[in-house]
Every structure is written in structure tokens, then in C-alpha cells.
Design a protein around this ligand. Structure first.
Ligand code: ZN
Ligand code: ZN
Ligand code: FE
Length: 736
């Protein structure tokens, strides 16, 4: 039987996930001789064998690859025959443009957890225990290939025992880059409010932290992709203090809880939600709270819970036995803090800092998800999920850089048939957030050795992302915001056919310079046609109307009743002084600082204010969550609207809403009306229906729409909000 030498190239997420030891073990079990190594594109294997054994080898690779890996493709090529005398793991090779996937940060695996809590193990209580199958990745990577010297672990020289594990292909820690122990790895440090170090033995620190938390202290705890502000969720005084100090009046806090049993004591969970909580990505999952808590999540019925995902979290929660409030440490619009220097700018908020000395190279927030009708919906795509690549429906001719939107921004790069998306970066409302955004661009460029040919940006001229794109001398392509929303879903789902897109959104710049957001369009990758939209209304005070729903309500009332609105006995009118009412009437009448909008997001705000639910919001999305909480599934019926000449006029609905006595009935009928509006516009089409835009983060609305249109398509891996825009921008430019 003839022996040949084969070169096997594997692409996908094959680095930092134990792929080489897997190949080594597999090859050895088949008595194969040859080698395996990482290069900048993935994994390269050379073996000399018969075609029959090669087939078995390839089949086993595809079936048995390690848990964190995924394979995009495998190519095999016969090369000049070589004689090998063993199977070896060789040093990494740097060969041209990087395209290997960067592994994301994931949880602590069960084997490591067992060792962590085993008093006989040498890593008993070691807060940075990890292995090839778990732990920190993206947040500590400077560059590819994924080797220790390209991570912030390069500062830590391995002790003898660790280095034995690291070099033994049969060890679970073979080439596990974050490997370390009490002797050689990262260490904890405890600092007080004046930033003074508290001298303590390593092993005594977690217990001390737990004692201080139980006394009501607020901690800044350095985690994987940034710091958290943390306090005992059972201590009302501590939570109140945290809200006061962080100037965060009502925005809900997420909790970290010890285990599923504790989750079940706080929330109602389905099997799918349990699976998601326990997944290796460990996102925050929004769950229906068993009882409302006005300190943790005021006025809303859902609560964000997550399970511990680092050994340090496991140690703390194991000792605490109570949930922790865990929230990203940052100043309002700024990115999450990632260094001691940054966290110390939050002096006055924390009582203690639990620090460690492993550098956070790349910031990464916690991911947030929910399950709606069995589908995973991504709300914030970050730790565990990012950066990851998406296979595109077409190959791109040019190297693309998509700049995303301005809120919840993310960026994406694309080469060949692959896009790589950054984690959630945040709103570009401050100098430091724009700097952070630019740093994310640099990071992707550096790691992937990438230079874009075309920059793609939103049509909004005032988005920071647009300004940055136009500043470069490169070719640019501007894409309409809501078209990008739909394209993002199309790219995720690899849809090829023309679709009917429904975009219910906050705001987005329209082709006519008005602020769109209640859009119906037919589209494919070549372009879109706006087929219908919600009738424009005026946003009194422009951007101020986004924070003050009462301005939208007032404007809607002026549309319905003109000056007569001023004498209505309704909550939205009472939310203004007489002088204000007269001023705004003049502004409305003469369109002074009153941009036109078709936004369903603003319509939610307006309805919330009309019903006296909220007039001024303390955080984005508050009105929608409050409406969700008031929805009553027992209420049937809809309000009136008209649909003529591609315009949906909701004035009849507004007139009926203000006469409705029960808030809950009004809210429920409002939701049903939105579904009815979709039905009315969609009825003449036979195209697949695709949903996009931030308003579809509203669980009640999404459930009702999916009830009515079970085949409606919504993204699962990328957020319906502006976090999904970058992928849509990439998709818009594939054919160009
Ligand atoms: Zn592990
Ligand atoms: Zn060690
Ligand atoms: Fe949007």
C-alpha cells in the first residue's frame, strides 16, 4: 500500500482551545508520524500515511474536535513525500495575514472548578486556575498566533510544576496559555478606599473580601475584561449607597448568583434559559423575577442573572451564599475600566478594590441575552461571544471595515468570506468612549494584520463613527441605518432572497434627513425600497425628546387636537407648566427645533407618558420595560389606525388611548395594535419577513409578533439594536 505525505490545513477557532494536543493524541492513537503546528491562519498538520488511514484521521478530526473549537474548513493536499520518525508538535509559524479566530473569554470548566475546591489539589483556592478548555483568552491577547508571549501572561514565568504540565501533550494544561499557580501566576491584592494595600496572605484574601462585602462595603473587583462594582444584593443599604454614588437612580442591576438553585429562588426559568445560564459563555440572562425588587430593578418584571464565570467569582460566591450585585465599573458614558489607574478615577464609589496583576489587554463587558419563544436573543454581545467570526453569504472583493452606528457601537472587519465583529464597545458620547472605539479598530487591525480598502459608515453625518470614516482618505460607503439593521439579520442567517423588513427602532438617519424608526422595506443585498412608514411626528426639543417622553406625548396630542390639546385633562399635559405648554405649542406649530420622526421607539415613549407611566426617563429603554411590566395577556383588541398611501397614521390610536382608564388595558391594546400594523402592511407581500431594530428587544412585542408570524426571522447571534449594524454594513458592501 502506498504511503504519501499530506498537508492538512484547518481553519476556524482552532487556537487556544487544545487543538494541537487533540491532534497529537489522535495521531498517536492511529500510529501516524508527522507534525502539527499553529500558523496565522489556523492549524497545519503534516502526516505520511495511506489514503485509507488519512480518511479515518480526517473523519475523527471532524467528529471529535475539542469542546471550544469549531472548524470552518479543512483542506488536504498531497505534497512531496517525507519520512517522519515520530509525531511532533512544532513551534508556531507566522505566515502572512492572520485569519485564525481569536478565542473568546469563557467560564471555568467543571474539572478546574473541582480542583479549585479540592483541598488536596495544589491549586486549591487559586483564583486564576484554568486549562486548555477554559478561562481567559481574548481579553489577554495582544496578537496572534495565540502563544503565551503574545498574551499578558508573558509577565509570569512558569514554575517547574506548571511548566511540566504546559509541555506535556497529555496534560489538560498542555499549552494552556493562562496556566499558573500560587507560586508563579497572577496574584490578588486588596486595596482600601484610599488605595492603600492591605497586607494579607494570598489564600486569606477571598474570605476577607467576603467579610467586607457582608458588612455592606462596595467593591471594585478586577475581572476578565474589566472591573465590576460589586455589593451584597441582600443588603438594601449597600445597594442604595451604590446607586447614590454611581448616580444611577433606577437602571436595573444584574446579579451574580452561586448556582441554578439560587437562580430558581429568584426567577422563573425555562429549560432553554437554564441551558444558557450554564453555557460556557455565561452571559447575563434576563429572567422573569419571582418578586419585584425596587432596589435592584425598579418597576420592571425582569431581572438579569448570571452564574460565576471565573475561579475568583466561584470562591467568593461559595463563601458568601448570597447573590451579588455585579455591574460594569465605569463613569456614565465612559467605557468599562480595565486598569488600576482607570478604576481609581472612580474613587468615592468603591470602599475597596480587589485587584490582580494580570493586565487586561482588551476590554470586554458582560454579554446580555434573553430567550423569547425558545429563541436566543442577543442584547449585548461581548464576553464569551466576541470576537467571533461569521461566514458571509458572499465573498468580498475588498477588505472592509464597518464603523457601526453611534449607540451600542461595534465594528467589524471582513476579508474573503469572513467577517469578524468586535465586542460591544458602547455609546460614542464621550471623548474616552471614542478613544476606546478607535482602540478597538486598532486592535482588530493589529491582530489580523488587516488594512481596509473600504470603510462603511452610517448615513448620519453627526455620528462619531461617520466622522472618523470620512476623516480617512479611503474609499467610503454610506449605508442607511435601517437597511443595515435588516441586512445584519440577512447576513447572520445567510438569506439570499429578497425579504420584507420591519424595522422598529429608536432613531436612525433617513434618506430624507428625517429620523426614521417605524420602517417597512423590501430589500436584498443590492438595495432596498421603503414601502411604508409610521406617519412623521415632531420631536419637540430634538434630542431632548429622547430622554423626555412627555415631549413626544405632547407633540402627538398637538397632532390630534391642535391648540385644544392644551385644555385636556391628561397626565402628559399635566407634566408641563402653563408657560412650557405655550412655548411648545409655538415650537410645534412653527416646527422650531422639532425634527420629524417615524420612530416606534419614540412612540413607546409617547404612549408611556400619555398614560402617566413615565415622563422623564432615567435610562435608555426604561419606557419599554415599564410597558412590558404592565402588559396583560388577558386583554384582547386593538386601537384604530389608518394605512393609506404607504403611511400609517396612528392619530386614531392616540385619541383612544387617552380615553382608556386602565393603564394595563391601554398598554396591552397598544402592543396588539403594533402587531396589527405589521399585518396591514405585510398582507400584500409574499416575501420572508425579517425583524430588526432596538424596539424588538421588547419581549412582549417580539412574542406577539412571533405569535402572529411564526416564520418571522430575527437575529439570534447579533443584537436587534445598533450592536447589529456593523454586520449589516459589511453585508451592504459585499456586492460592491
Ligand atoms: Zn479548565
Ligand atoms: Zn506554577
Ligand atoms: Fe437602530
Amino acid at each position: 500500500m502506498g504511503h504519501f505525505t499530506y498537508k492538512i490545513e484547518i481553519r476556524g477557532r482552532v487556537q487556544g482551545v487544545g487543538f494541537r494536543p487533540f491532534i497529537y493524541t489522535l495521531a498517536t492513537s492511529l500510529n501516524l508520524y508527522g507534525s502539527v503546528l499553529n500558523n496565522t491562519q489556523g492549524v497545519l498538520i503534516s502526516v505520511t500515511t495511506t489514503p485509507e488511514i488519512l480518511d479515518i484521521f480526517l473523519e475523527k478530526i471532524e467528529k471529535e474536535f475539542p469542546p471550544l473549537a469549531f472548524i470552518d474548513n479543512i483542506t488536504t493536499q498531497k505534497i512531496k513525500t517525507e519520512k517522519f520518525t515520530s509525531f511532533e508538535i512544532l513551534d508556531s509559524e507566522v505566515n502572512g495575514e492572520s485569519s485564525a479566530d481569536i478565542p473568546p473569554d469563557i467560564y471555568t470548566c467543571t474539572e478546574c472548578e473541582k480542583e479549585l475546591l479540592d483541598s488536596k489539589n495544589r491549586r486549591f483556592n487559586y483564583p486564576f486556575i484554568s486549562c486548555t478548555h477554559c478561562g481567559v483568552r481574548y481579553s489577554m491577547i495582544y496578537d496572534l498566533p495565540y502563544d503565551r508571549e503574545n498574551t499578558s501572561m508573558k509577565e509570569f514565568e512558569m514554575c517547574k510544576q506548571c511548566s511540566q504540565e504546559y509541555t506535556n501533550p497529555l496534560s489538560r494544561r498542555y499549552h494552556a496559555q493562562p496556566i499558573g499557580c500560587f507560586d508563579c501566576g497572577p496574584k490578588l491584592q486588596l486595596l482600601d478606599a484610599t488605595n492603600k494595600y492591605t497586607p494579607l496572605q494570598q489564600k486569606d484574601i477571598p474570605q476577607r473580601v467576603v467579610d467586607l462585602l457582608l458588612e455592606g462595603n462596595i467593591f471594585a473587583i478586577k475581572g476578565v475584561g474589566g472591573y465590576h462594582l460589586v455589593c451584597d444584593a441582600g443588603n438594601d443599604e449597600a445597594i442604595k449607597r451604590l446607586r447614590e454614588r454611581k448616580k444611577r437612580a433606577k437602571k436595573p442591576f444584574a446579579l451574580m448568583v452561586k448556582d441554578i438553585k439560587m437562580v430558581k429562588s429568584l426567577a422563573k426559568i425555562s429549560e432553554a434559559e437554564e441551558k444558557l445560564l450554564l453555557s460556557k459563555e455565561r452571559p447575563i440572562v434576563l429572567l422573569q423575577a419571582l418578586c419585584k425588587n425596587d432596589l435592584i430593578a425598579p418597576n420592571i418584571s425582569y431581572i438579569g442573572l448570571m452564574l460565576p464565570y471565573t475561579p475568583l467569582h466561584i470562591l467568593l460566591l461559595d463563601k458568601l451564599k448570597t447573590p451579588l450585585v455585579v455591574t460594569s465599573a465605569n463613569l456614565s458614558d465612559d467605557p468599562i475600566c480595565t486598569s488600576l489607574e482607570e478604576i481609581q478615577k472612580l474613587e468615592g464609589i468603591y470602599d475597596y478594590i480587589l485587584e490582580h496583576n494580570r493586565i487586561i489587554v482588551n476590554a470586554c463587558d458582560d454579554s446580555v441575552m434573553m430567550i423569547v419563544k425558545g429563541q436566543e436573543i442577543m442584547l449585548r454581545r461581548a464576553r464569551g461571544y466576541a470576537p467571533t467570526s461569521v461566514k458571509l453569504p458572499f465573498k468580498t472583493k475588498n477588505n472592509l471595515l464597518a464603523m457601526g452606528a453611534n449607540q451600542k457601537s461595534t465594528i467589524a472587519i471582513a476579508m474573503d468570506d469572513k467577517a469578524i465583529l468586535s465586542p460591544h464597545i458602547g455609546d460614542l458620547n464621550s471623548i474616552s468612549s471614542v478613544e476606546h472605539y478607535e482602540k478597538n479598530i486598532q486592535t482588530l487591525k493589529r491582530i489580523y494584520d488587516f488594512e481596509p480598502d473600504v470603510l462603511i459608515h452610517d448615513k448620519h453625518p453627526n455620528y462619531e463613527s461617520t466622522k472618523l470614516a470620512l476623516k480617512t482618505k479611503k474609499t467610503t460607503n454610506a449605508v442607511q441605518h435601517h437597511y443595515a439593521h435588516i441586512l445584519g439579520v440577512m447576513a447572520e442567517k445567510k438569506l439570499q432572497e429578497r425579504v420584507f423588513g420591519v424595522v422598529f427602532d429608536g432613531t436612525g438617519y433617513g434618506e430624507d434627513k428625517h429620523l426614521w424608526g417605524g420602517e417597512f422595506m423590501t430589500c436584498d443585498y443590492a438595495g432596498y425600497e421603503r414601502v411604508a412608514h409610521i406617519k412623521y411626528f415632531k420631536l419637540l426639543g430634538g434630542a431632548k425628546a429622547i430622554k423626555e417622553p412627555k415631549r413626544v406625548a405632547l407633540s402627538l396630542l398637538f397632532d390630534c387636537f391642535g391648540r385644544e390639546a392644551l385644555s385636556l385633562d391628561t397626565p402628559a399635559i399635566k407634566a408641563f407648566s402653563k408657560t412650557e405648554l405655550n412655548t411648545y405649542f409655538v415650537a410645534w406649530k412653527n416646527s422650531l427645533n422639532a425634527p420629524l420622526s417615524s420612530s416606534v421607539g419614540r412612540l413607546f415613549d409617547g404612549v408611556a407618558s400619555l398614560l402617566g407611566i413615565v415622563h422623564i426617563m432615567s435610562y435608555e429603554g426604561e419606557s419599554g420595560m415599564m410597558l412590558e411590566a404592565l402588559y396583560d395577556e388577558g386583554v384582547k383588541g386593538t386601537y384604530s389606525f389608518t394605512y393609506k398611501d404607504d403611511i400609517i397614521d396612528i392619530e386614531p390610536m392616540i385619541k383612544e388611548i387617552i380615553l382608556q382608564e386602565s393603564k394595563s388595558v391601554a398598554v396591552s391594546k397598544f402592543f396588539h395594535t403594533l402587531v396589527e400594523i405589521i399585518s396591514a402592511v405585510y398582507k400584500d407581500y409574499e416575501l420572508p419577513i425579517v425583524l430588526g431594530g432596538g424596539v424588538f428587544q421588547n419581549r412582549v412585542l417580539l412574542e406577539l409578533v412571533l405569535d402572529k408570524f411564526p416564520n418571522a426571522i430575527i437575529g439570534n447571534r447579533f443584537p436587534p439594536n445598533d450592536g447589529g449594524i456593523a454586520l449589516g454594513q459589511i453585508a451592504s458592501t459585499l456586492l460592491k
